[in-house]
Design a protein around this ligand. Structure first.
Ligand code: ATP
Length: 677
């Protein structure tokens, strides 16, 4: 392929062997990526650039990768920019000497803050040229912005953004020229987009992963004077995918890869306590018969589906600490007992939320259990009645700096999988084996720790009875899992067909609730005038990185919830919709206010229907004419999904699948959309 033949180009005279990678060079690559939607071409641009970095400045490989995936560090490190539009506008104004009013006006007209920054810049005469930005400098600058805290933090954040913006594009050569790969004025644009949390290049982390594998594989061969075969490259890609799924941390993988080479990565980079895995997820089903069809001739097991919060518990006993990944921030050091952390579904460190779990962990472990990673659900527990409490109770717990003595809502941890035990990863073992190891290694403690209740019967009546029992025990329904054979291995980060969920409410409804992003709101009427009375929600289309509107919602909120939502959402109001919102234009369909894409809500619906007013999945072909999007009928608010980020919201593809699955598609039901406000 072109990638193998072409030598990476060298249009930056200042970028010599060992010198820092110019940020402009990375932005040129971004600009090239931005010009295409072909994944193979995108991969090639990224791989070519990464090869150049490896050849000239391998020390900058890690910050380059981080900037490409719009992250400063792995999720578990808890480093977040959290910068709102208004702060960025302030910084642009102050850097370029333009008033905030003018910036806001531009933002109204252009609609893309990145471009507003570029425009502001180009009208500014430069008295002297600041030093050109470098990749490591930009990474460091952004890191400082993210980690500033304490008194005057906002001001210092703005100052740091100003520092970056005033050096951006100082050396730009004008418009980007595709033939010479020369960078245009794009540094300010990409810095601003990074700050906003979306580069909007259609550059998924998966694509960057493939580019890394290609670049490293070709570079390593080149150094030996060889050319890798296509199958070598494919092997490297596969290997990196496996390694990353078990140890999702470029901070750990990249230095190891530099040391050992990509093909030996598996020796040093395996699942280890300290780095949370992306959890395995389940597929929804609508009926027990669907489960039986899926697992025909296979053994499966049913477990209660507890309604709490996923908790991935990592633990290493005192004398085995070398098993814990070094330097991982967030790990709760309890020198006397060992190291332990609790991670969320999202790889966030929950250790400060659950000191009670960490304190008791040691008493659930049998002798001989020295290190483990366990997949669990933490559930609110009624100490007096000795039973599970609803999810809402768990949500009332404080999230940070919880002191054990102040804990009011007790939790019980229900363990359902064991992924690592005593130095060994178990993910490739069958579920039956993993479960047996789990039973052997831990001891239940009433009201604190239990194994998920399970049942291995394969008959439809047994499953029906077990489902009813789960509901009586205040669970959401059942998880049904493949029990034996390779297919029953633990598949990190996958929504797998080997795990199915049956929720009690599915049995009649559309299958599952949706998790949607709040984009806008309408002021309330009548009793609700001081708060927002209804909201505009969207699903996420990962193919082009947009949020597509799906419904208005005004049902399912208590007065108290509406007040709370008004408080949190008022803080993230923006002047106009982001350019990556796909919504109907035209007066009556516009919400009164727009928000940054930050909150995800779980929503239930009676069914899905086509509507000209919404844009969900419009490109996925549900409406052959491509004019109508999919919309929810009678949507109802369930809860805020604090454990999901906006790009983890229900995807457009999932929406179209739900739409196709529901029986009503063929029936032509009711009015097209009911907006309930
Ligand atoms: P949901 O809204 O159903 O939680 P989700 O996308 O967060 O959706 P799913 O894969 O659909 O996750 O459902 C699995 C979730 O159910 C897990 O993330 C976990 O938190 C919870 N859970 C409760 N009991 C179990 C169990 N026995 N096995 C696996 N997961 C369980």
């Amino acid at each position: 392929s072109k990638l193998l033949q072409s030598k990476a180009k060298d249009p930056y005279p200042d970028w010599k062997e060992g010198t820092p990678v110019p940020y402009a060079a990375l932005c040129t690559t971004f600009s090239l990526v931005e010009m295409t939607s072909k994944r193979l071409v995108i991969t090639e641009h990224c791989a070519l650039f990464l090869r150049q970095v490896l050849r000239l400045t391998p020390d900058d490989f890690l910050p380059t990768v981080n900037l490409m995936i719009n992250k400063l560090a792995p999720d578990y490190a808890g480093i977040e920019l959290g910068i709102g539009e208004s702060l960025i506008m302030k910084a642009i104004g102050e850097t370029t000497g333009r008033s905030l009013q003018v910036i806001k006006q531009d933002q109204k007209e252009i609609g893309d803050l990145g471009l507003v920054a570029v425009k502001s810049r180009s009208t500014q005469p430069t008295m002297f040229k600041p030093k050109a930005l470098t990749v490591r400098g930009v990474h460091k600058g952004l890191m400082e912005i993210a980690t500033v805290s304490g008194h005057g933090a906002q001001g210092r954040k703005v100052d740091n953004i100003k520092k970056l913006l005033s050096a951006a594009d100082a050396h730009s050569t004008g418009k980007i020229d595709v033939n010479t790969d020369k960078g245009g004025p794009s540094e300010a644009k990409f810095i601003v987009r990074f700050l906003e949390g979306k580069l909007r290049l259609g550059l998924a982390e998966k694509t960057v992963l493939v580019s890394i594998a290609q670049a490293v594989c070709i570079h390593e061969a080149e150094q030996k004077g060889q050319v890798p075969s296509t199958s070598d490259i494919e092997k490297a890609e596969q290997l990196l995918k496996t390694v990353y799924s078990e140890l999702p941390s470029w901070d750990v993988i990249i230095p190891a890869m530099m040391k050992t080479g990509i093909m030996k990565l598996r020796e040093s980079c395996k699942l280890r306590p300290g780095v949370p895995l992306k959890p395995m997820l389940a597929n929804p089903t609508k009926a027990i018969t669907e489960v039986l069809d899926r697992f025909e001739n296979q053994t499966f097991t049913c477990e209660f589906k507890y309604d709490g919060e996923r908790a991935q518990i990592h633990y290493v006993a005192k004398d085995h600490q070398d098993e814990y990944i070094d330097g991982v921030p967030g790990a709760t050091q309890e020198a006397a007992k060992g190291i332990a952390s609790v991670f969320s579904r999202n790889s966030e460190d929950l250790s400060k939320k659950y000191p009670d779990i960490l304190a008791k962990l040691g008493t659930w472990v049998k002798e001989g259990t020295k290190s483990f990673v366990m997949d669990c659900e933490s559930v609110a527990w009624d100490v007096a009645e000795k039973k599970v409490l609803p999810f809402q109770q768990l949500m009332t717990r404080k999230k940070k700096d919880v002191k054990i003595e102040d804990v009011k809502v007790k939790v019980c941890v229900f363990a359902f999988d064991l992924l690592f035990l005593n130095g060994e990863a178990l993910v490739e073992k069958s579920l039956r084996e993993r479960r047996e190891l789990m039973y052997e290694s831990f001891k239940p403690v009433e009201g604190e720790f239990a194994f998920a209740t399970s049942m291995d019967g394969q008959e439809i009546e047994q499953i029906q009875t077990f489902l009813e029992e789960s509901i009586k025990a205040s669970c959401e329904g059942l998880m049904v899992k493949m029990l034996d054979g390779t297919e029953s291995g633990y598949e990190p980060s996958k929504r797998s067909r080997n795990w199915l969920k049956i929720k009690k409410d599915y049995l009649a409804g559309i299958g599952d609730s949706l998790d949607l992003v709040v984009l806008g709101a309408y002021y309330g009427k009548g009793k609700r005038t001081s708060v927002y009375g209804a909201f505009l929600l969207a699903c996420y289309n990962s193919a082009n990185d947009t949020y597509e509107t799906i419904c208005n919602i005004g049902t399912g909120f208590s007065e108290q919830v509406l007040e709370e939502l008004h408080k949190t959402l008022s803080e993230i109001v923006i002047d106009r919709p982001k350019p990556f919102y796909s919504h109907s234009s035209g007066g009556q369909h516009q919400p009164d206010v727009w928000f940054e894409p930050r909150y995800v809500w779980e929503v239930k619906t009676a069914d899905l229907t086509l509507s000209p007013r919404y844009k969900a999945a419009i490109k996925e072909g549900a409406d052959p004419a491509g004019e109508k999007g999919i919309s929810l009928r009678f949507p109802r608010f369930i809860k805020v999904r604090e454990d999901k980020k906006p790009d983890e919201a229900t995807g457009s593809r999932q929406v179209v699948e739900m739409y196709r699955k529901q029986e009503s598609v063929t029936k032509n039901k009711g009015p097209s959309v009911d907006d309930d406000f």
